[in-house]
Write a new protein. Structure first.
Length: 437
């Protein structure tokens, strides 16, 4: 499917006739590999909040692709903050054909997965007819769109979010032979895209200082153009109590029959692996120590392997829910036993913002400036996980203290206004580009 699902432009006179140069709002082309709305998963949460932030001071033209049905009110919400919007749907079958063709050319699979010739023509036409001041590229898979003549010379910022090449290396470690070959090849080719982003952009951003350091080290770069820009949380939306707190049965902090919760998109391999590992290595022993304990796995698109986990005693798989907050409020402890994770985990920050005690793996806690034992608890081995869960189940005062300190930390350091302060200055024309050989 190559046609655009829709293309729209603001109809005001201001959109057609530029204001005097001293007053004109900067014009930014933003490219994203998914429709930024609704903000119901990590990449959309980040891109949606960056889009809203940029639109306060700039006229943003948004071009993106979509590999799933578009939310009914997405067009209206996007048009409310954008000067112009174009969305190109990607058919599942043709998407993987493009990915295969990309691999044959020696490029990363992701470069083909997110490519639409119709969208490429649209952004080239926009660039020919309008004077963009700069380009914001969200994720390395969208770099292919800015290699053409109208766009390649514009100042650009690339938000890699995570160092995805390292994630594919991690996938390869526990894969069978053929998957290991594929993952290692993709790691190398995505690494080339990351190098291209730093080499050709005036700034590259990642979701944490830790991720930025990984990229600097891998590229042996001085790092003057590589920046950590953490994710934030809407602390008004993700709050301990609101009027809908009784939307479902809540037993939080009752002590008997404590409830654990995990939140995530449940066909995403690291999330699937996380809950499988926890239930295989921790759950049975935990049920012996705390007989009434239950575990909710919350999130859309549960894979067949995840749905099968609902057969285990005390485990519920919710699938998609209209609002995750009531489910979090009903939990006594939120867990994040991720074995593979990059950047900052929104699921951890959101639970902390809601005043929930969180137990996280070292991978899930990376990038969050939280103190183990004060703002959350960290567990790595199966024994550590069991010990930490049992301890919090039996100590309500400890839960309340961690929850209070966690909420305070997020409100102080991880709101979107705090994390995005100064972000748009990176897109100012004239900033020096990176110089990485």
């Amino acid at each position: 499917m190559n046609a655009l699902s829709f293309e729209s432009k603001a109809s005001s006179a201001a959109a057609d006739e530029p204001a005097p140069s001293q007053n004109r709002r900067r014009r930014i082309l933003m490219l994203t590999h998914r429709v930024p709305y609704p903000p119901d998963r990590g990449d959309r949460i980040r891109s949606w909040n960056i889009l809203q932030h940029l639109s306060k001071e700039c006229d943003v033209s948004l071009a993106c692709v979509s590999d799933e049905p578009i939310c009914p009110d997405a067009r209206q919400r996007l048009e409310s903050v954008c000067d112009r919007v174009a969305i190109a749907p990607l058919g599942k079958r043709t998407q993987w054909l493009r990915a295969g063709a990309s691999a044959v050319r020696g490029d990363a699979l992701t470069a083909g997965l997110f490519y639409s010739s119709a969208l490429a023509k649209t952004v080239d036409r926009w660039a020919d007819s309008d004077s963009f001041d700069s380009v914001f590229v969200y994720c390395s898979g969208m770099l292919r769109y800015v290699r053409s003549r109208p766009l390649c010379n514009l100042p650009k910022v690339v938000d890699l979010v995570d160092v995805d090449s390292q994630k594919f290396h991690a996938y390869a470690e526990n894969a069978n032979f053929w998957k290991r070959v594929i993952y290692r090849t993709e790691a190398r080719r995505v690494g080339s895209l990351e190098h291209e982003a730093v080499r050709t952009s005036q700034a590259v951003t990642l979701v944490s200082d830790a991720e930025a350091d990984v990229l600097r080290t891998r590229l042996a770069s001085g790092g003057h153009a590589i920046h950590g820009v953490p994710n934030g949380v809407d602390t008004t939306y993700f709050a301990p109590q609101t009027s809908d707190a009784t939307a479902i049965d809540t037993r939080s902090n009752r002590g008997e029959n404590p409830k654990l919760a995990f939140v995530g998109v449940m066909n995403y391999p690291p999330n699937v692996a996380a809950v499988q590992w926890f239930l295989e290595h921790v759950w049975s022993g935990l049920r012996r120590e705390v007989p009434g304990i239950t575990f909710d796995i919350i999130g859309k698109h549960p894979s067949p392997a995840v749905n099968k986990l609902a057969q285990l005693p005390g485990v519920m798989v919710t699938g998609a829910v209209p609002d995750v907050r009531p489910y979090l409020r009903s939990a006594d402890i939120v867990i994040a036993p991720l074995q593979i994770a990059r950047g900052i985990q929104n699921k951890v920050l959101e639970a902390m913002a809601m005043g929930k005690p969180v137990i996280a793996s070292p991978h899930a806690a990376t990038g969050i400036d939280a103190v183990d034992g004060q703002h959350l608890r960290i567990a790595e081995t199966a024994d550590q996980w069991a010990q930490q869960v049992v301890a919090l189940c039996r100590d309500r005062s400890q839960c309340e203290r961690i929850a209070r300190d966690a909420r305070q930390l997020v409100c102080q350091r991880y709101t979107w206004p705090a994390t995005l302060a100064g972000f748009d200055s990176l897109l100012q024309p004239g900033r020096p580009a990176a110089n990485v050989s």
